[in-house]
Design a protein around this ligand. Sequence first.
Ligand code: ADP
Ligand code: MG
Length: 706
Amino acid sequence: MVVKVRKFHDVLLRSKILTMVSPHLPAPLLKLGFKEALEVLFHLPIRYEDETHLYPLEEALHIHDREVQTQGWIIKQDLVYRPRRQLIVTVKAGDSLVALRWFNFYPSQMKQMAVGRHIRFRGLIRTGFMGPEIVHPVVKVLDEDAPLPNTLTPVYSTIAGVSQLSIRKAILQFLKSPDLQKELADTLPPSLIQSYFPHLELPSLLAALNVLHQPAADDDLEAIANKTHPAWRRVQIEELLAQQVSLIRAKKDRQARLAPKIPVKTLANGLLSQFEKTLPFVLTGAQQRVWQEIQEDLSLGYPMNRLLQGDVGSGKTIIAALACLHVIDAGWQTAIMAPTEILAEQHYRKLSVWLNPLGVKIVWLTGSLKASEKNKAYEEIASGQAQLVIGTHALIQDAVQFKKLGFVVVDEQHRFGVKQRLTLQEKLTDELLSCHQLMMSATPIPRTLAMTFYADLEMSVIDELPPGRQAIVTKLMKEDRRDELVASMLKELKEGRQAYWVCPLIEESEAMQLQTATATYEYLQQAAPGLQIGLIHGRLKPSEKQDVMDRFVRGEIQVLVATTVIEVGVDVPKASLMVIENAERFGYAQLHQLRGRIGRGSDASICILLYGQQIGEAAKTRLQTIRETQDGFLIAEKDLELRGPGEILGSRQSGDALLRFVDLQREQGLIAQVQKLAWVMMDQYPEHIQAHLVRWLRHRVDFVKA
Ligand code: ADP
Ligand code: MG
């Protein structure tokens, strides 16, 4: 065994994996954005066409459920103008006839399909008005009896002007190049792969690429299409391994850096212990556990990078406040960054109420401040006077320089990009130290995803809501019952309740979204005269938004007509009713977040999902799920089934950016083994794994740092 591995190792070194041989790339491939041949080989087909079978026309005419390939002689060519300009070519083989029809064609095609030519063609046969026909078939003129290919024809994703043929030709040529073959020598010891995946019969990487670019006609085509074929497995395992190793490394690198060391034992007279005595409520068990975890992290001397997940309303803000105080007690500055002004302002207010009595200096910083106010904030931050800075993206502007930043909180972290989070951490001026970071998210991430995408993070979950919360009753209602709804809502409002009326999401156009919001506002004014109605949307200035929110908080506004600006974080406990217009247009996560704005106080809450006339099956299922459960994790699982991880996490997440061929949902079964393999490779085969990372992540290593 040892001998075998050693030998393999030698082969690997001799093959000089680290030095890239790059044959000149043909122009079409440069156009596709490729820089080197090796990259092109990982441009795998999106599907295949089967040109390996040829049916006699007579037989082909009976196949209607899939594309078929057949051949024959052209006996007639017609240019017809009615109902619209079209080219019809009649083909004969034996006693059978079929019409080929084109609506878009070039003069050259007419020439090519001259009467008397022998052609091979492929397409879906249907029965038209005039008999069997194929619309827009793929045609090849046969000089002699051309042999059939014995491999499937791959179809690659491409752009206008770059033909399938040019990609295919280049790839086939590269696959045959001895230099590239050498470069593609396996980075993973075969014996190791064999022992970790004994049942998969994995081919070498080179063999796998050969199969995927040109599957033989007798290969397991279904497995190739489902991406469960051993060739696919090889590619997936390799990619997943590279991703996992890079995340583990990022974590190790982090643990090797220094950060402020903040002992767990709190100062007897510190701000934290004073605050703990006056806490407005008792922490839930889950909050206490999470708070312990964070304190431990902060005491370790290397930068914390913890993700705090907790469903909407689970009480993450208080945890952020406690952690900030703890760090401030140790003499460091802290910062909280939120994705929207409304949310940042809300944090500012809440934390001011909690922390001002303790004498904590809180500074507020957003883009909408006047220049003079901004400058004042910058000075207070730079001088170290500011102990806690709360704001939006404005926190990561160059002008912001902290004196002694020790800890940052990023609320609703998925709303920020990797880069933005990094920038905030780098605001620490001391070059030897790194900053602690707590990311918070109310969008639960299913366990499988969390395990793989966030292998570089520590994870805390608040899985319990504060006591006294009432379940929200959710109802589905057709939109034509809106008048009825307004009438019954008026009754509730008379008893002092407050409501959100959320306008439909119009993704294509913010202007249209505003228009519908205004229309809804007017409709409600007419339908319920005397009612105090407010309107809030993205086009308002921050101060105007705040003014509306304030009036809503004070109860001066009874119904707040809103666009999705209120989606995250907004906390008005008295609001207990919500209507969501055209609820079918919203996704799972959005509906869950929106609904999370109510059910925060002691009143029983009701959420009405209004839906339009034309509602599809998927939307119906979505609304029903939302009606039936309030469990964010369950909803996240459903969302994952529906949209896949890429869409949920977006390219913003570091781990995701590293996966092209792996679908975590589909490849769940591989994850645990690959994770074990990752550790073994790092421990025992450091050079191999280095070569592996270079091959897989060459252009993307930066992502993993965030
Ligand atoms: P989220 O996790 O969605 O950010 P918040 O931090 O805004 O939730 O908390 C939601 C509401 O619950 C706030 O009004 C907050 O003051 C309150 N809250 C938080 N923790 C508790 C608790 N342990 N007991 C009672 N109320 C709490
Ligand atoms: Mg929050």
